[in-house]
Design a protein around this ligand. Sequence first.
Ligand code: ARG
Length: 554
Amino acid sequence: MKTEVLHALQQFSPIPLNENMLERPVHAHMGDLALPCFPFAKNLRKSPVSIADEIAKSIKHPLIHKAEAVNGYVNIFLNRSQITSSLLQTIQEQSRSYGSSNIGKNGVVTIDMSSPNIAKPFSMGHLRSTVIGNSISLLLEKNGYKTVKINYIGDWGTQFGKLLTAYQQCGNELEVRQAPIQTLLKLYIQFHEKAEQDDSLNDQGRAAFKALEDGNPEALALWDWFKSESLKEFQRIYDLLGVKFDSYNGEAYYNDKMEPIVDMLNEKGLLKESDGALVVELGDDMPPCLIKKSDGATLYATRDLTAAIDRKKNYDFVKSIYVVGNEQSLHFTQFKKVLEKMDYEWSKDIQHVPFGLILKDGKKMSTRKGKIVLLEEVLKDAISLAQSTIEAKNPNLENKMEIAETIGVGAIIFSDLKQHRKHDIEFDLETMLQTEGETGPYVQYTFARANSVLRKSGETSSYTVNKVNDFEWEIVKSLEQFPQIIQHSAKELDPSIIAKYAVDLAQAFNSFYGNIHVLTDSKNKPYRIALIRSTTIILKEALRLLGMKAPEEM
Ligand code: ARG
């Protein structure tokens, strides 16, 4: 609409205009759009006030109801019924695809996301990566990109030698089967305690990892078992969150693919020896990137380099993003720099998408010795809280369990996404589950409420838009902005823009709902039903883009 209005205005403006010049006034009495004329005064050698006067006087256009010149601004009031009627038609015709674009032109974006470490609990950080990565993927798809979601499992490294040793010495198969991650974590912690007394254990651990690297069948079989037990546990979380991946190639996958990369670094003269280790020096403002330890073992960075090169070969991405916590920023700057030094022109397409911590009472929620926050339990707590709300408010609801899951999980996802990802967020189940305020349940509840009006309205026929009141106009303006919101949030890789938008639209709908009797005013009913139907389409789509479900009843 901004673009159309701009075209319209252009005919009456003495200077070329662009979209950034048009503002959206905060107060409705100042119009729907405003053109400040101050920047033109110098060129035209006229006062902003008289420029505004001239433009306002001459404007005549079907989209524009009236234009007022006020203190150097042209305040534009749009033709509400015309805009509303064409917008509602568009939304109902395009339905779910309203707001889609082909900006991505089918280019591939790989998204490295979630990536938990086996035999360790799925942490709050991994939750953020999963939820943010998933929403970014949905946003990019909506804008015409192809995405590849890669779960780069942390399944390799010297720690697994230690775990194998610990298991061989005091592990119990049944215990692992019953509670894999808890048991393996306990073994790992015990190993560390014992190794503090007895250093020879560390040697045994190293030897066990060497055996694993060399493909010793017994070591491999155990490692494989730990991995599949861990993945089974992670899968339950992914099922609850409704997240799927296109690849599970983790660190171990690159075990036998690193040598050629190390050779290449060597041939390009980039490897330097430093205390027996091999590093790539990155200049004065960055520590060198470690490629091989003195005992010949490869590192996290070696595997990431190899994986990046492999992904470029496999997927020919236009962009490769890594949704990983702030604390790994240096790692990503370093390995991107190494790729640049290797003359990979595409290294510029590598992007770390960092995020902050989840805090509980201001402190990091993390894995402490012995006492761990199990994410699956957190999710289940959220679901049972949602369940008790349903029992209290709507005990006759069908599919209570399914809806409790939709609300509980949705609440967690929404509270994660509603703030810019770089911020730390405070984790409070009670707050995020409230049906008032900026919460997932609030948006879902609004969606359900709108649907209930639609259910009660019965069949509605064709409609004409006569007069659009202020409540309705707020909804229309919001619906109209959806395509720009989608493009903006995809460009910024920022789901919080969508989350805030969903709250705004829900608020506009709720003031309308609280003030207008839709079902009793038969003259306006058909048009209003179309407005409500359009609102449900967009609310559902906004929630979908966040990775949430929209319950028709709750
Ligand atoms: N497994 C790592 C961790 O838990 C995250 C991996 C992130 N992805 C990557 N390509 N380095 O810290």
